[in-house]
Design a protein around this ligand. Structure first.
Ligand SMILES: O=P(O)(O)OC[C@H]1O[C@H](OP(=O)(O)OP(=O)(O)O)[C@H](O)[C@@H]1O
Ligand SMILES: Nc1nc2[nH]cnc2c(=O)[nH]1
Length: 185
């Protein structure tokens, strides 16, 4: 079924802006500086988690000032819905990272099932150390593993369904230049 574009446009018109474009860009620059300080000598292999991690990864990578290899993996459990289900691997990493430092970049740590599963996968596949960066850490008490924290966090966010900067609403608005919360969600 094709999307109801008028509904999609209305969601943007009615959304609450939680962070402006400038605030997100400043957060990305901050995270970049932290990663430069920590990982410059570690020769990490950097994985963007598709699809949501695309914009944060692209912008963050331009702040990193050391040699690195970049690739992607694709794991999803929301599949364009607004509540999560089973984790589904669409593409596992193709680059070998045995005995390598790995940096995983994703848009959001919500309940943490996705990041937890990706970290487990990388460790089982022989990574020396797995580092994680997320643009948004959503604050609530439903974390799958309460002890699982991302090493690098751009911004905290209240417990609402958000979109923009890679995050979608029903597959749309990943391109929104800011972080927005859907009205009523
Ligand atoms: O912490 P969790 O509750 O597991 O949710 C976080 C994950 O959800 C989103 O992915 P999604 O499955 O929506 O796929 P997408 O990246 O293609 O939007 C997001 O990109 C994270 O990977
Ligand atoms: N777009 C989007 N994806 C998510 N995945 C987990 N939480 C969220 C959220 O709030 N928004």
């Amino acid at each position: 079924m094709s999307a109801d574009l008028e509904h999609i446009r209305q969601v943007m018109r009615e959304a609450d802006c939680l962070y402006t474009n400038a605030e997100v860009e400043a957060a990305i620059a901050r995270v970049g500086a932290q990663i430069n300080a920590d990982l410059a000598e570690r020769n990490p292999v950097v994985f963007c988690v598709m699809n949501g991690g695309l914009i944060f990864s692209g912008k963050l990578l331009t702040h990193l000032d050391f040699p690195l290899e970049a690739s992607y993996l694709h794991a999803t459990r929301y599949r364009n819905e607004t509540s999560g289900g089973e984790l589904f691997w669409k593409a596992k990493p193709e680059v070998s990272f045995i005995d390598r430092d790995v940096l995983i970049i994703d848009d959001i740590l919500d309940e943490g099932h996705t990041l937890g599963a990706i970290i487990d996968f990388c460790k089982h596949a022989g990574a020396r150390q797995v580092h994680t960066a997320v643009l948004i850490d959503k604050e609530h008490d439903r974390k799958a593993r309460p002890d699982l924290k991302a090493d690098y966090v751009g911004l905290p966010c209240i417990d609402r369904y958000i979109f923009g900067y890679g995050m979608d609403y029903k597959g749309y608005w990943r391109n929104a230049a800011g972080i927005f919360a859907v009205k009523g969600m």
